[in-house]
Every structure is written in C-alpha cells, then in structure tokens.
Design a protein around this ligand. Structure first.
Ligand code: ADP
Length: 491
C-alpha cells in the first residue's frame, strides 16, 4: 500500500488516510481488497482505499446506531463545541486539505482552498445553529391543555456524496446532522475518497466520539447504497449526485419510508437581458460556467442572450474564455483543471459534436487540449437551440452554448423547458423584471447579477427533477430533525 504523502507535499502526512472509519477504528475491508485512487491531471497513483460493500456498511450503521443515544443526549453546546473545534482544525490544515483535494479531484488549488473554507463554513454555521434547535409553545385551543413542539434528531443518517466537491458536499451534510444530534455513515465517491477520510481524521482529533462519524469506501456503490436503504436502523439518507441514482435510492427507500434529502442534477439557465451590464454578465458566466471546469450542479448550462446584445456579448465572452489558463491544478497559475475521467471527457465531446451537427457554430475551443489526458479546451458555441443534447442535459464540462431570445416571455418559456430545477441566473438592471423573472423561474436557487450563489447561511436545493431538501441556512438544520408535538392535559 505505502504512503504517497511525500509526493503530495503534505505538512501533516496523517491526513492521507487509506483506511475506512468504523466505530472510531481505521479498518480494512473484510476480504482485504483495495481500490486505487488516481490524480486526474496525470493518472499518478495517489493511494488506495478499502474495497468495502454491504457487510462493512452494516457494521458502520450498527456503530452509528450504538453511538446515537449518547451523542443526541449531549447538550447542544457540547455538540457545537466539537463542530467549532473541527472548523478550526480544517482551517489550520487548509493547505494540506486543499492539496489533497486538488490531487484527487483536479480543480485548481485556489478553488480547492476556497472549497475548504466553504466546507468549514458549514461547521461553524451549524455549530451556531445547534443552539437554536428550538421548539415552541403554541397558544392552546383548550383552557386545561398546554401545547408545545420539540425538535429531535432523526437518528442514524446515511450520506452519499459525489466527486465534484469532495469536501464541501460532505461538510454541508455532516455539519447539520451532527449539530442536530444525528450520527452518520458516509460513502464518498470512489474517485475522491481522501478528502472525506481527511475530514474523518480531523473529526477524531476534534473529539468526535467513536461511531458518531463512520466512513465506508468501495467500488460497489449499489451494494453500499442497498444496505443503507434496506437497513431499518438508518432513518434518513442524504444524497448528492445524479438524478438517475437519486430516483433509484428513493425507490429503494420506500419500503422503510426513510427520510430523504436529494440534491440531484441541474440544467441551469443563465439569461442576459439587453439592459444588462455585459462585462458583469461575462464575469458571471466565467464564474458560473467555468468554475471547477464546468463540473458543478449549479453551473450555467444554457446561456440565453437577448438578440440585440447577442453579438456584443459573444465577442466579450470569447475574449474572456481565451484567457483561461488550462493545466494541472497543483500548478499555481491554473484556472481550468482536467475533467474527472474519460467518461466525462466523452460526454463533453459528444455534446459538442451533436451541437455542431445540429447547426451550432464554434466560436472558440471545441477540442481536447494539447495537454492530453482528460483536459478539454474551454469552449463557446453560438446558435445553440433546444433540439441539441446540451440543451436537454448537463454537459458537466467547460462548454458555454449561447442561445438567442427576443422577449422576456420567450426566454422564461425556454428556461423552464427542462425537467430540472436547481439554479437559474439572470442579468438585468430593471428592478421590476428582477422580481418577475425570479418568481417565474422554476428552480430552487436564483442568482440576479451574480454567478456565485452558494453560501452556508442560505438554503441550497432544487425542485422538479433536481430533488428536494435544503442544505445550509436555518432550514438546513430542520432537514435533520423530527418535529414532535406534545399536548399536556389535565391542568
Ligand atoms: P456522478 O455521475 O456525478 O458520478 P452518481 O450519481 O453516479 O453521479 O454518483 C454520486 C454518488 O452516488 C457517488 O458516491 C456514487 O458512488 C454513488 N452511487 C452511484 N450509484 C449508486 C447506487 N446505485 N446506489 C448508491 N450510491 C450510488
């Protein structure tokens, strides 16, 4: 197995954990198998993790179940203190965590540092919210009764996370769950397990008791997922990933009526009205479309530009895209890393080929990058339309297709013509239009004159086929609680 920490230049080699965490113990798979984890920028082997499946997942759920009463029984402030300590440790080790994240995921180091701050931000926010998990006293309907509500933790929670934000997607599930008093079993994406395991290591150092956080790894996501959905000791599943897998997990969860939070795919519209500040809108597209090399669920997927400013906007966007520096994320100058794997590259190539075959024009990019591997050149396509694959589904890559529209009603109809509903963006300086369009867009998150919308203090989540449940904000805590009503009679 060996340690590869030297190659990564970590200050604290103990953060590269190559074992799973069950009941406070770092363990191997029962059958001893291991899975390799490689750097998407150069295919170098970073390390290995245990090849676990149903039996180990069941043990992790048992450990979380056993740890639940004591963790839920602590005062909110005692739990909050552990979260505050974990927040502090994440910031103290930010550079190591960012290097680990870039090495396994590929994103530029500056973005990885930002992700660690963002992920840690959830621990701080929910440490604060833990102390506000209040019920209420309700005005009674009867003179001899008093009515009140309690908020209680839902119990053991399963968490399945994707590879695009390996630290943040776990941080924003873990923080509210632990704050509420839940115990958890996490399964990180196999491409990127080390960020999650490093959080497990720091959680141990922060004094999270054994069994409160368990982390299982393995290729067989279906077996791990089936154990989670089938095990009655697990009361809630929080999943971030594709809509197809989300639907499978929901169906599997039906027999046991588990609580669910599903944060699924998007197909975000990004609308540029003719009264917009075009330079600001270009900066918004760069932030929203090209962040993480186009691999976020809130990435602008369809960029609608009003006819009268279409040519001017396209010219400015192409000039900005030409400046994007592509390379290995660990090199300081890089703004666009590799795609996560060959499958992701094939999807981007297929979307571009399909668009060009259906009448789109290439303004820049449109091919693999000279660096080889899974690097793709940042791309702008003109004359996109609704028949193209890139209008129907997320491209999840650095491809900006420009659609043309004429009226507000026309663009709202086009923007909403998708089963998905996660994020939507638009640029305008008209106040009345800002209200109308925010209300009309069918999505859970709206950005007006900004391409960056995500923060721990606001609720993040979708509608329609983008799922349900909210992460962050005060609603984020409620998703991990049950609301109990108590009626006191005989006064
Ligand atoms: P992506 O296309 O982004 O990889 P997925 O939905 O396939 O999206 O993956 C998101 C997470 O869901 C990953 O951790 C993956 O291992 C896991 N996953 C994939 N298939 C299943 C499944 N059938 N049951 C449970 N988890 C799954």
């Amino acid at each position: 197995m060996g340690s590869h920490a030297e190659g990564l230049g970590l200050n604290d080699a103990g953060l590269l954990r190559q074992h799973a965490l069950i009941g406070g113990q770092w363990c191997d798979a029962d059958a001893g198998g291991r899975c390799e984890v490689r750097n998407p920028a150069n295919a170098a082997l970073l390390g290995t993790v245990p090849e676990m499946a149903a039996a180990e997942t069941r043990r992790a759920i048992d450990a979380a179940h056993a740890a639940f009463p004591a963790w839920a029984g602590k005062t909110a402030d005692a739990r909050a203190q552990v979260l505050r300590d974990l927040h502090a440790l994440m910031l103290e080790h930010q550079e190591d965590l960012a290097r680990l994240l870039t090495a396994e995921q590929g994103k530029p180091l500056a973005e990885a540092r930002g992700e660690i701050t963002y992920s840690a931000g959830y621990l701080q926010w929910f440490a604060e919210q833990a102390r506000r998990m209040d019920g209420e006293v309700i005005q009674s309907h009867a003179a001899d009764k008093r009515l009140l509500t309690l908020r209680q933790p839902v119990g053991v929670v399963g968490m399945i996370t994707p590879w695009n934000f390996p630290s943040a997607m776990l941080g924003r599930k873990l923080a509210p769950a632990l704050a509420a008093g839940c115990t958890v079993v996490c399964k990180p994406a196999l491409q990127t397990p080390f960020s999650a395991l490093a959080l497990g290591e720091l959680a141990q150092r922060a004094g999270v008791p054994p069994g409160v956080i368990n982390i299982v790894t393995g290729h067989d996501a279906a077996a791990i997922g089936a154990e989670m959905t089938g095990n009655p000791k697990l009361r809630k599943l929080s999943f971030t990933g594709s809509t197809a897998v989300g639907k499978t997990l929901m169906a599997q969860s039906a027999p046991d009526l588990k609580r669910l939070s599903l944060e699924l795919g998007g197909n975000a519209p990004f609308i540029v009205f003719d009264d917009a500040d075009l330079d600001a809108a270009v900066a918004g597209v760069i932030a929203s479309k090209f962040r993480n090399t186009g691999q976020t669920c809130v990435c602008a997927n369809r960029i609608f530009v009003q006819a009268s400013v279409y040519a001017a906007f396209a010219e400015k966007l192409v000039a900005a895209v030409r400046q994007l520096r592509v390379g290995d994320g660990l090199q300081g100058e890089t703004e666009q890393g590799p795609l996560i794997d060959a499958k992701a590259l094939a999807k981007v190539e297929a979307h571009v080929a399909d668009a060009l075959a259906n009448g789109a024009r290439l303004a820049i990019g449109g091919q693999r990058h000279a660096l080889g591997g899974t690097f793709y050149t940042p791309t702008v396509l003109l004359d996109a339309d609704a028949r193209m694959q890139l209008a129907q589904e997320e491209t999840f890559g650095p491809v900006a297709p420009l659609f043309c529209f004429t009226t507000e009603a026309d663009v709202i109809a086009q923007a909403n013509a998708t089963p998905f509903g996660l994020a939507g963006y638009f640029y305008t300086r008209d106040l009345a239009r800002s209200w109308r369009v925010s209300e009309a867009l069918q999505c859970g998150i709206v950005g007006i004159n900004t391409g960056l919308i995500s923060t721990e203090v606001a609720p993040f989540g979708g509608i329609k086929h983008s799922g349900f449940g909210r992460e962050g904000g005060k609603d984020g805590l409620h998703d991990y609680t049950e609301l109990k009503y108590v009626c006191v009679g005989g006064l």
